[in-house]
Design a protein around this ligand. Sequence first.
Ligand SMILES: [Zn+2]
Ligand SMILES: [Zn+2]
Length: 291
Amino acid sequence: MSGEFGDLPTGVIAQPDPVILPRADRLFATRASRLRHLSEGHPMADWLRFMAGLADAQHDAVAAVVAPAVAILPHTPPLDGPAHPRDPSWRRALARILVEPADPALPDQTRQVMAALRDRDPEPLAAAWLAGVVPATEAGPAMFVAAALQVYFAAVAATLPVGDIALLAQRGLCPVCGSAPVAGVITGAGKAPGTRYLHCGLCATAWNHVRVACIGCGESKSLTLQEIEGGNGAVMAETCDACMGYAKMLYQAKDMQVDPMADDLASLGLDILVGEAGWSRLAANPLVLAG
Ligand SMILES: [Zn+2]
Ligand SMILES: [Zn+2]
């Protein structure tokens, strides 16, 4: 019953699926190839290639996750990030991510961060990250812990019965884990083209959200779309003058290959543009939380 991003149009405009769970078997591999594509000729090419390598490691780490049985209760995200009792296998996912890549371009500082994290108990940092209270001095190791938690939560979310998951009253939050979205995607194909889905930055679940309302405050009168000069319309910042927040929206009609995490990372210039103009980002990218 679940729809999928990139389903071919059927010729019939149907009701959009309210919730689309991630495909953990290909989520990170697709992201890695998108990041490599976006890195070509990009001013931050080295960093995007590093993030592509991290996504490769995340793809490898999916197999390490053992999904626990999860109870689905009304009005509660079943994998509520901070409260969910994580299966210890998430640490095996982290261990796979911390296997040092052969990449000679990897900075020594990053090697040291990875080595230090291999030698410590990651649970306190995971708890701090999920609670949104990572100190700035922990930004380096927190990125790897966040990457492992993304793997774990996506792998567990993928096992849930999608028909039992209801949207939350707070439509701006993920119905599976309660996290904020990293970006929205306006579909260009599938059952209901032109539908907006918000994409969870933690478990990679997508959920339907009306297009005419700010995802931060719900206001509809003060929304504007902005982009980098010369952009192709695929990545836009939706700014709201009611709450002075913004979120990125990706338009499949302009580029079917958009990936919420990858295209967000590759468009930090847009964050600088709208940030300098006075809007604040509604939710950070989980991998650049404190960076
Ligand atoms: Zn989620
Ligand atoms: Zn708003």
